[in-house]
Design a protein around this ligand. Structure first.
Ligand code: FES
Length: 367
């Protein structure tokens, strides 16, 4: 089987830096003609940006907010970057990046995407989608909603967004523009957690209980063709529990988590099944190699020591860039906020979170 096209870095020129809020910017990159195929993307995908700080490579992923063009090959790409306290990349993006700079940008990745394959189940409402987003979770959903409404004249989209205040809300103008362009097909519900109620805006937190009451009042919940949940872990989990409780099928719920705290280090002391010596064999870009796994390292770290071109971005179990197929052997994952249950059942793992539990493990990054 031919190797799958894998993510690669190219230098792209910044053509706009737009301040969205006090703590967020949108960066636009020009995509030269010869790279447009490489940057073909589905709405909802993200780009990893990388730079080297004091000799250490830093990578961060940022979702594409621009619509996917009808011909698939983008001339520009726009991403949203929210400032994170002490964030090595976001601080640089806010303070230093200027029009004309060239950045190293990975080709698009991610599976939090719009699947417009018609759902033929009798109860499905075709082309009717909804999203529950918090904070910067709007970024990929803006691309999904815009692409869908632009391309499918019958499609409808309901966006339920949660933010702290109006001033901290990203892409206000872009969302207002969708409302202007598609008044009958785009529905917007905004909930602000730290602002007194204004005309038309709800206040307070969106938790499971509130969503369970709110969603059926807005939509035929269980008949929607797809639900996109994106934002902080707590919100996404609350929304998923609310939807499942309201009878929504698991395969109609798509999730992308932003902002996962590092949390306590996983306790591996009790894992008696971890072998003293393991070897990983990895297939990458059509070439395979085998290397010993050193104590305490993830399979991604083992592969990276020998193949620096191995794909990764967050190393935190969130972005899914390091996804690989487990051909043989077994692993345990420290955490997984990126792969859907169907993917893990099909045999995919996150290399950055995987520790071997057998003496030999074989991964295929090309599948
Ligand atoms: S590198 Fe992001 S999930 Fe592994």
């Amino acid at each position: 089987m031919a190797a799958a096209a894998r993510a690669r870095f190219h230098r792209l020129r910044v053509t706009a830096v737009d301040r969205l809020t006090d703590d967020s910017v949108a960066l636009t990159f020009a995509v030269p003609q010869e790279l447009r195929e490489a940057y073909r993307h589905a709405p909802g995908q993200h780009l990893a940006l990388r730079r080297t700080v004091d000799g250490t490579e830093v990578r961060r992923t940022y979702s594409i907010c621009s619509a996917a063009p009808a011909d698939g090959a983008p001339r520009t790409l726009r991403v949203g970057v929210r400032l994170v306290d002490g964030g090595a990349f976001s601080t640089y993006a806010h303070k230093e990046i200027a029009v004309g700079d060239e950045l190293e940008v990975m080709t698009p990745a991610g599976r939090f995407t719009l699947d417009t394959t018609p759902d033929t189940t009798p109860d499905a409402a075709p082309g009717h989608y909804a999203a529950v987003v918090g904070g910067s979770g709007i970024t990929p959903v803006l691309s999904i909603a815009t692409t869908l409404l632009d391309r499918a004249p019958e499609a409808r989209f309901c966006l339920i967004r949660s933010d702290r205040t109006t001033a901290s809300t990203m892409f206000l103008e872009e969302v207002a523009d969708l409302k202007d362009r598609y008044p009958d097909r785009f529905q917007l519900v905004t909930v602000l957690s730290r602002e007194e109620q204004q005309a038309g805006l709800a206040s307070g937190r969106l938790d499971q209980e509130r969503l369970t009451a709110l969603l059926p009042a807005l939509l035929p919940v269980e008949r929607m063709a797809g639900w996109f949940l994106c934002g902080p872990l707590g919100l996404v989990q609350s929304a998923e529990r609310a939807l499942r409780g309201l009878g929504v099928r698991r395969d109609r719920i798509h999730e992308e988590i932003f902002h996962v705290d590092a949390g306590p280090a996983p306790d591996r002391a009790g894992r008696t099944s971890t072998p003293a010596h393991s070897t990983v064999t990895a297939q990458l870009d059509g070439r395979a190699g085998s290397w010993p796994v050193q104590s305490g390292e993830s399979l991604l770290e083992t592969v990276l020591r020998n193949r620096p071109d191995a794909p990764y971005a967050c190393k935190g179990g969130v972005c899914g860039t390091c996804r690989a197929f487990l051909v043989s052997g077994s692993v345990t994952m420290d955490r997984n906020f990126a792969l859907e249950p169907e993917e893990t059942e099909a045999g995919y793992v996150l290399a950055c979170q995987s520790r071997p539990t057998t003496e030999k493990v074989e991964l295929d990054f090309d599948r």
